[in-house]
Design a protein around this ligand. Structure first.
Ligand code: SF4
Ligand code: SF4
Length: 619
């Protein structure tokens, strides 16, 4: 009787300590602003993600196989132990859900035993990694991680002797109490530590915003972005409390890798700290109290952090939300940024050229003006219309379209899609540009668009939806891969292909550019390729923001590409190409050549007198 009373008191104390903190977290999340555009949407896809990422731990294992598998065994061990634990506590009151000697009991408890062994080995290996190997991305050593690892290990080893030690013996009795006390000590630690993710992350993953790096629209004229705690939405709060501090985001962040202040893990933790200290009703500015403004504007929006995060944290809406707050309140003062926004407003392009420069280029190339009779509208974008090297890509691609007999035209007037304004948090300028372009599309009855720029493709296909338009747009790699009847030209060159972030991670296009190159040359991958591709440094408007601090992102990536020994660096984005042009020159006296996939494909076309001397690009 005394034992049951003591057990009851200990359970009540443990549950109280658990709820005292967990209840506060729940109230912070529930009391946050409702996400204006959140829809539960396609349940099938959410359930599949839940099955794959939570139950199968697929992402954790895929991205870090050994530690991922160890983590998965700890997770599966917890799942297998759920019934064991309930049974164990119930036994303290003289009840049982499952009799150990029953047929099911024998099967189930041996099954749990196997998981207990795997879990004990795995947690010991994870502790060894954290405290002995100490990867820098995990951050400073944390005592709480050590305590939690020890408790999990003890939980498993105090369960294992149950098959050999009689429950009614003094040793069995002692084991039962030690196991029980560990469970009751573990419970309140969960909400007080990063192990809160044990409870929250399944929900966070299930409730992820749909769409990779989706930037939610502002909810009206009074919405200035994330300025203070009252602007943090429920999804953002849930994600912030789910961070497990694993550092996967930081490990893959190009800004952090090149010595900049930005650390995506600290954005999630900054938000969490802000909610803890100031709540969700306070007006203390986030960027003064909890997160660095300098860091926020070092982000290239490459999406590597969001792709890597095992608990479904979506960094891009947070980063762009904070940038919106800084831009809309005037807290961000940057000469380059001001000039960029003025260029976009006055000239309709990011570089500040007069639109007559585009007109002259279009006339010189004799590009037809789109009038509704052609199949495709060829979107030039700022780089394709004004940058000399971007123009070369457009010219090559137009030659390929002509060779295929595909009819196309270019818009008489085109303005920037608004990509840099959108990513830098200036929705006013973004909206003006998007609406003007959408009106031009409507007037010209554009149905299909193709572009050489993944940033334009992304912005038109996803960000413009806010304005009620869904355009059918494809990237030129998709167009060229589909047209397998293009002439091929086999060269001896090796081409290392750099996956642009906005084509790969954002659009999921990996094979198409490789297929195009493979018609002409051998394609090789750099060490970080496809989903793990390392950014060129241009995205998020950063290409227009002047000097970087620390090492240059483009030079870091250019060295990695050149180190493959390839003859050619293949790109599929005019921004990547512009970032690598000077950077490759710093790698050696004889760096690889730099070509877009359209230029590689066009090299196989019958020679064109007007292009003499410029088409011989592969050996
Ligand atoms: S989007 Fe890229 S640059 Fe920005 S924080 Fe994430 S990993 Fe770093
Ligand atoms: S944000 Fe995600 S990837 Fe980064 S430390 Fe937190 S849990 Fe890990």
């Amino acid at each position: 009787m005394v034992q049951k009373a003591l057990l009851l008191i200990l359970i009540a104390a443990s549950a109280f300590l658990f709820w005292r903190r967990f209840g506060l977290v729940v109230s912070r999340i529930r009391g946050a602003r409702i996400d204006p555009d959140f829809r539960l949407g396609s349940l099938g896809r959410r359930l599949w993600t839940f099955f794959s990422e939570v139950l199968c731990q697929a992402k954790v294992i895929r991205e870090r196989p050994l530690p991922g598998l160890a983590h998965a065994f700890v997770f599966w061990g917890f799942c297998a132990f759920a019934l064991v634990t309930l049974n164990h506590i119930a036994a303290g009151f003289g009840w049982r859900f499952v009799e150990q000697r029953s047929a099911f009991g024998v099967f189930y408890f041996w099954f749990a035993f196997a998981f207990a062994v795997c879990c004990a080995v795995s947690i010991a290996a994870l502790a060894f990694r954290r405290f002995v190997i100490r990867p820098t991305t995990l951050g400073p050593l944390s005592r709480e991680s050590g305590v939690i690892a020890l408790l999990i290990f003890l939980l498993m080893v105090t369960y294992m002797p149950m098959w050999w030690v009689s429950e009614s013996s003094p040793a069995g009795h002692a084991l039962w109490w030690v196991h029980t006390l560990i469970i009751l000590a573990f419970l309140p630690l969960i909400p007080h530590t990063k192990h809160l993710h044990l409870i929250l992350s399944p929900l966070t993953i299930f409730l992820e915003r749909q769409g990779f790096s989706h930037i939610p629209p502002l909810s009206g004229d009074e919405d200035f972005g994330m300025v203070s705690g009252k602007d943090i939405t429920q999804i953002a709060a849930l994600q912030a409390y789910s961070c497990v501090e694993c550092g996967r985001c930081t490990e893959h962040c190009p800004a952090n890798n090149t010595g900049k202040e930005l650390n995506p893990k600290l954005i999630a933790l900054g938000l969490r700290n802000h909610l803890n200290e100031h709540g969700n009703r306070d007006e203390t500015p986030l960027l003064e109290a909890s997160i660095s403004q300098t860091a926020i504007f070092q982000c290239t929006t490459c999406g590597a952090c969001e792709y890597q995060c095992p608990v479904g944290i979506q960094h891009l809406p947070l980063i762009v939300g904070l940038r919106r707050g800084a831009v809309n309140t005037g807290a961000w003062e940057d000469g380059y940024g001001t000039k960029l926004f003025l260029n976009l407003e006055r000239n309709g392009n990011a570089m500040g050229f007069s639109q007559s420069e585009r007109d002259k280029f279009v006339a010189k190339q004799e590009f037809p003006i789109f009038d509704g009779s052609q199949e495709y509208c060829l979107w030039l974008g700022c780089m394709g219309a004004y940058d000399p090297h971007g123009r070369e890509i457009v010219i090559s691609f137009a030659r390929l379209m002509k060779h295929l007999g595909t009819s196309f035209g270019v818009l008489k007037k085109e303005r920037c899609t608004g990509d840099p304004a959108r990513r830098l948090g200036n929705d006013l300028v973004f909206g003006q540009l998007a609406e003007t372009n959408i009106e031009s599309f409507r007037q010209a009855s554009v149905k299909k668009i193709v572009s050489i720029c993944p940033h334009c493709v992304r912005t038109m296909a996803e960000d413009w939806r806010e304005f009620g338009i869904e355009v059918e747009i494809e990237h030129h790699s998709e167009f060229l891969a589909r047209h397998s009847n293009l002439p091929s030209h086999k060269s001896e060159d090796k081409v290392v292909f750099h996956d642009p972030c906005y084509l790969g991670r954002y659009r999921g296009v990996y094979e198409e550019p490789r297929q195009v190159i493979a018609r002409s040359a051998e394609v090789i991958d750099p060490p970080r390729a496809r989903e793990r591709s390392f950014c060129c440094g241009a995205g998020g408007g950063l290409v227009f923001l002047g000097e970087e601090t620390g090492k240059r992102v483009n030079e870091t990536r250019a060295r990695e590409l050149a180190s493959t020994g390839a003859d050619v660096v293949g790109t599929a984005c005019p921004f990547c190409q512009s970032m690598f042009r000077d950077a490759l020159a710093t790698t050696s006296a004889n760096p690889p050549r730099l070509l877009d996939i359209a230029q590689i494909a066009a090299a196989a076309l019958p020679s064109d007198a007007s292009r003499a001397g410029t088409d011989v690009i592969l050996s």
